[in-house]
Write a protein that binds this ligand. Structure first.
Ligand SMILES: Cc1cc2nc3c(=O)[nH]c(=O)nc-3n(C[C@H](O)[C@H](O)[C@H](O)COP(=O)(O)OP(=O)(O)OC[C@H]3O[C@@H](n4cnc5c(N)ncnc54)[C@H](O)[C@@H]3O)c2cc1C
Length: 404
């Protein structure tokens, strides 16, 4: 192939990692993103891992130390607010837009087409065609489906593979660092802090502030509270706004009903360590979303490859979605460079990344087993479903596999 052409569906982090690495390897690349808006508005905190730093450097958009907020220690608070467990485990928490923005800025606009919703994929011989909602078509040697957990491409190829509900929701909230009292700041900031009420888990950590600002005083504090919720009977009510419209398995923060937030505040008072309860109650617009995971039994279909969340979604306990998308992209491009043969490279990609994704999802299910089991009768729970010890939670949380 003189200059092979790749069509990349989805212009978020997974699509951009693949696009940068393929361009550097000499491919003609076109990215198609259905959204016209700024994806950076998604703004959540993200855990960072060494592989992510390495791949960003390889792409030519290195992350400097200002990328995030460091924590050296992990602590666990009991119901009264006393520290019951403490371990040293450094981590850096960044923000989604701190990764996405430089990736997007370094990618040429001429190769990035926003407002293009893929509807269908066709394959003939060695060529693959993408067909869009506006009737446009484009053709290439390879199509990369980086179109997220509800991937249109995967739905066409494997309609039976669906995201699986984990049995619990995550309530998330972000509060300005300046809104913490000095006692809360001294106890919690610069640490990853946990509280383990019966059947639930809450953790909090510092993250960059507006425009990824990491200057002290301008940062934010982020918390996430996992709570068992029945999919059929209770999740729809959480995600229903004041007009009676149900938004599915999550809801935009401004639309969460006041009484739902009141119930959360009552539960915070009743179950959380006082500093956590106080922060939850002061947080503007906390919002719930159902936790789902996803496992694909196959990643490659002729000249189509699934990548990132389109292929596998691990639960948030491993904090690895962005790094996995980057590693998928690197795995594909390195396989291409090594073999020079597209079909052989895709076969290697299928083998390596399926194994990785399968084990990451399994590990994230293990970390969430106790939470997931809360809706089961106690007598039916086994192993990790029955109990959790603070020292194990603190050691394992955020790791992509069992710590050595
Ligand atoms: C609240 C929250 C917190 C998170 N925290 C972390 C964390 O701490 N650490 C971490 O590593 N990861 C985290 N993640 C996960 C991480 O954001 C994802 O794993 C990552 O964004 C996956 O990238 P992706 O490109 O594969 O998919 P996505 O980011 O989902 O992007 C898919 C893109 O495809 C586009 N698209 C979809 N369908 C079509 C179509 N038919 N045609 C064209 N375009 C389409 C979408 O608009 C979207 O831009 C978090 C996610 C959320 C929601």
């Amino acid at each position: 192939m003189d200059c092979p052409r790749a069509l990349i569906i989805g212009g978020s982090v997974g699509g951009l990692f693949a696009a940068h690495l393929l361009r550097a390897a000499g491919w003609d690349v076109a990215v198609f993103e259905r959204s016209r808006g700024d994806l950076a508005d998604r703004g959540a905190s993200i855990g960072t891992q060494r592989d992510l730093f390495d791949i960003m450097r390889r792409i030519g958009v290195p992350l400097d130390p200002s990328v995030g907020v460091a924590a050296q220690l992990r602590i666990c608070l009991d119901r009264r607010g006393a520290i019951v467990c403490e371990i040293e485990k450094p981590s850096i928490t960044s923000a989604w837009d701190r990764i996405y923005r430089p990736l997007r800025a370094a990618f040429p606009d001429s190769c990035y087409r926003a407002g293009m919703r893929l509807e269908q994929v066709e394959q003939k011989g060695d060529r693959v065609t993408a067909i869009f909602a506006d009737g446009a078509r484009d053709e290439g040697d390879l199509l990369i489906a980086a179109d997220g957990i509800y991937s249109t491409v995967r739905a066409q190829l494997m309609p039976e593979i669906q995201p699986r509900y984990a049995g619990y929701v995550a309530w998330r909230g972000v509060i300005e660092e300046s809104e913490l009292s000095s006692a809360e700041h001294a106890l919690l900031y610069g640490r990853m802090s946990f509280c383990l009420p019966e059947g639930e888990l809450v953790l909090g950590l510092g993250m960059p502030g507006r425009d990824a600002d990491t200057r002290p005083g301008r940062r934010r504090y982020y918390w996430i509270w996992f709570r068992p919720v029945d999919l059929a009977s209770s999740l729809p009510a959480l995600c229903t706004d004041t007009t009676g419209k149900c938004h599915g398995t999550s809801i935009p923060p401004p639309l969460v009903r006041a009484e739902v937030v009141c119930e959360l505040h009552d539960a915070a008072d009743a179950t959380l360590a006082p500093p956590f309860a106080a922060i939850v109650k002061r947080t503007p617009q906390p919002f719930p979303h159902g936790i789902f995971d996803l496992e694909s039994p196959q990643l490659v279909f002729g000249r189509v490859a699934l990548l990132g969340d389109a292929a596998f979604v691990a639960r948030p306990h491993v904090g690895a979605g962005i790094t996995k998308a980057a590693l998928d992209a690197q795995g594909l491009v390195d396989a291409l460079a090594d073999t020079g043969d597209l079909d052989a490279a895709l076969a290697r990609y299928e083998r390596d990344r399926r194994e990785f994704g399968t084990s990451l999802v399994a590990w994230s299910r293990h970390l969430g087993a106790y939470l997931e089991a809360q809706l089961k009768p106690r007598a039916q729970r086994q192993g990790a479903e029955c109990e959790r010890r603070p020292e194990i939670v603190l050691a394992e949380y955020g790791a992509a596999g069992k710590p050595a």
